[in-house]
Design a protein around this ligand. Structure first.
Ligand SMILES: Nc1ncnc2c1ncn2[C@@H]1O[C@H](COP(=O)(O)OP(=O)(O)OP(=O)(O)O)[C@@H](O)[C@H]1O
Ligand SMILES: [Mg+2]
Length: 361
């Protein structure tokens, strides 16, 4: 069943000295999903992963794996192996011995080890490379060995802590695709830690965005990008233009909003799933690719005039920095590079469905 909850975290808290690192973490992860923990350095990603694996004891809360509370179980009894960035593979061991390592530690009989390693290597399509050493393999193959090492333990969840951060950008992308394929083919449940937002958006079924030890949002890549719940999430993922606005009229999900500064206010209509009331201040969140320059726009669309301050060629797009009447800077991405170049006074607009309303202000 795709909706079976495999990992269930309730009110998980972890404190190091006077540093409250994990704060009231509630999270349910379903079987067979690829979940990414995303957030800046120091927000608690590794700490939560280590707490799930059993390397840290939590100070409050409950961790359930497959319905069973595992708070007091040591790592080897939880069956949640971690693949760490620091020691992806043992360089002095062959592929076979690398994969067999966990079973050797458990002192499993030789015959069983042979069989299970062969099965794990077959799953990641590395049969025949048993006697190679890591330095004799590509980065992608090494990553497969690391996966096989986790798979051989028949674990319900595989925890990967920034496993690709040592690879160069091109290889990283290849391995990313490969990792996602293995996960989908085998129906594995994977928790993957990264602070790379592109990686998170492109690989995950769901993303958990951390903000100083709390979960700000748990959702699909699409929702995280287009419907961020907080300004923090909107700001952390991609580039966002924010605008303060006041709600002037509420008609179901439709809001009439007023934005700009006194003397230069405009009104527009947006839709939202949030519950807001007349007079309430909200934050409008508009992606650079949603803004258009000198384009025709409807009466209810978001629109302002401004002056082009600078622009920057970025390959597939040109990024413009535009100052509006209220001295605010707007970032606008134009994708028909080479077709038109904008200078001087321009109008900026975005159709109302491209505007996302955030309540925290
Ligand atoms: N063993 C430890 N003892 C004391 N403090 C720790 C320990 N491990 C982590 N911390 C602290 O907990 C906080 C969260 O650290 P953590 O390693 O979980 O961050 P992270 O999100 O994984 O960051 P990064 O992206 O840099 O890996 C930091 O303030 C860190 O200094
Ligand atoms: Mg970390």
């Amino acid at each position: 069943m795709s909706s079976q909850v495999l990992l269930d975290l309730k009110n998980v808290n972890k404190v190091f000295g006077d540093n409250h690192v994990l704060k009231q973490i509630d999270l349910q992860i379903e079987k067979g999903k690829f979940i990414t923990f995303l957030g800046p350095s120091g927000c608690g990603k590794t700490t939560l992963l280590r707490s799930i694996a059993g390397f840290y004891t939590i100070d409050e809360g409950e961790i359930r794996i497959d319905g069973k509370v595992v708070n007091d179980l040591p790592p080897y009894k939880r069956g949640t192996p971690m693949v760490f960035q620091e020691y992806a593979l043992f360089p002095h061991m062959t592929v076979f011995n690398n994969v067999a390592y966990g079973l050797d530690v458990q002192k499993r009989p030789e015959e069983e080890v042979q069989k299970r390693v062969a099965e794990a290597l077959a799953k990641v399509k590395l049969t025949g490379l048993e006697e190679r050493y890591p330095h004799e393999m590509s980065g992608g193959q090494q990553q497969r060995v690391a996966m096989a090492r986790a798979l051989v333990m028949n674990s319900p969840i595989i925890l990967l802590d920034e496993p690709l951060s040592n690879l160069d950008a091109k290889l990283r992308e290849e391995v990313r695709v490969e990792l996602r394929m293995i996960q989908q083919e085998l129906g594995l449940t994977v928790i993957y830690v990264t602070h790379d937002q592109l990686e998170a958006l492109s690989m995950s079924d769901n993303i958990v965005v951390f903000n100083k030890g709390r979960i700000d949002q748990y959702g699909t890549p699409h929702d995280i990008y287009f419907k961020p719940k907080t300004s923090y999430v909107a700001d952390f993922i991609g580039t966002t233009n924010f605008a303060d606005a006041v709600v002037r009229k509420v008609d179901g999900k439709k809001l009439t909003i007023e934005y700009g500064i006194s003397g230069h206010t405009h009104t527009g209509v947006v839709t939202t799933d949030e519950t807001v009331s007349v007079g309430e201040k909200v934050n409008l969140c508009i992606r650079p690719e949603s803004l258009r320059i000198n384009a025709p726009h409807g009466e209810n669309d978001f629109a302002l005039t401004g002056v082009v301050k600078s622009s920057m060629f970025q390959g597939e797009k040109e990024r413009y920095f535009i100052q509006s009447e209220d001295n605010k800077e707007w970032i606008v991405d134009v994708y028909d590079v080479g077709q038109t170049h904008y200078e001087g006074e321009v109008t900026l607009s975005a159709s109302s469905e491209k505007i996302h309303v955030i309540k925290d202000i």
